[in-house]
Design a protein around this ligand. Structure first.
Ligand code: BG6
Ligand code: MG
Length: 222
């Protein structure tokens, strides 16, 4: 029986995935590395430093910077990103998310946040939904990032549940891989192509429906 939902943040609860993209593009421009939305799919769900490494590798510049310079570059991206998220408010919740979270709470389902973002707690606060979440996994405490299942296993653990008692919701390919590897029922938000590994997928958050998800998860054999 499903007793918990473990949510990704960026691109699932709010459209900050777009802000991450804009901030990385800005930095990429300064480093002489251009990339598009297709490449950006590979950055979704990936930690700040790992994202920078992927961009540098893509631009054949992995060795162009020292470790200290890389940290400075990642900080620069984050400062830019923080400016983009300054004015986030409850109006920035993606369509249907507010209703979905309230419906889950009303059904006594516990909620956890499993985001790779160190900006997660402040964003939840600005969105006005921090009180709906029972627990937040601290990405700084993780040994491995997505697609490793660690963050989702921790999310379930922090709720006092087994992974198979939880549903994971993601917009990143690496995130779906992580949920599946954790032994959780995976719900993907995105294109059919990028969400092909999800147990259930919707193209838009407005299509997320508690009854449909719980029915599909109950019939799921893993
Ligand atoms: C993930 C995003 O949720 O968090 C990635 O999908 C981002 O794009 C990662 O790089 C880390 O976020 P932050 O806010 O700690 O730089
Ligand atoms: Mg995401």
């Amino acid at each position: 029986m499903i007793k918990g939902f473990v949510f990704d943040l960026d691109g699932v609860l709010t459209d900050t995935a777009e802000y991450h993209y804009l901030a990385w593009q800005e930095l990429g421009g300064k480093m002489g590395i251009a990339f598009d939305r297709v490449f950006n799919e590979q950055l979704k769900g990936i930690s700040r430093m790992d994202s920078l490494e992927r961009i540098l590798k893509y631009g054949n510049k992995s060795r162009a910077y020292t470790e200290d310079e890389k940290i400075a570059l990642a900080n620069e991206k984050n400062e830019d990103y923080k400016k983009l998220i300054t004015n986030i408010s409850p109006a920035d919740l993606l369509p249907g998310i507010s209703e979905l979270l309230k419906e889950l709470k009303a059904a006594d389902i516990q909620l956890a946040l499993a985001s790779a973002s160190k900006n997660g707690p402040i964003i939840l606060k600005r969105l006005g939904i921090e009180n709906l979440f029972d627990t937040i996994v601290d990405p700084a405490c993780l040994t491995h990032g997505k697609p490793d299942p660690e963050i989702f296993i921790k999310g379930a653990e922090q709720l006092g549940l087994r992974p198979d008692e939880c549903v994971g919701v993601e917009d990143a390919e690496a995130g779906i891989e992580a949920i599946n590897a954790a032994g959780m029922f995976s719900v993907g938000v995105g294109s059919k192509e990028s969400m092909k590994a999800a147990d259930l997928f919707v193209t838009d958050t407005s299509e997320l429906n508690v009854r449909d998800i719980l029915t599909a998860a109950a019939n799921w054999s893993h």
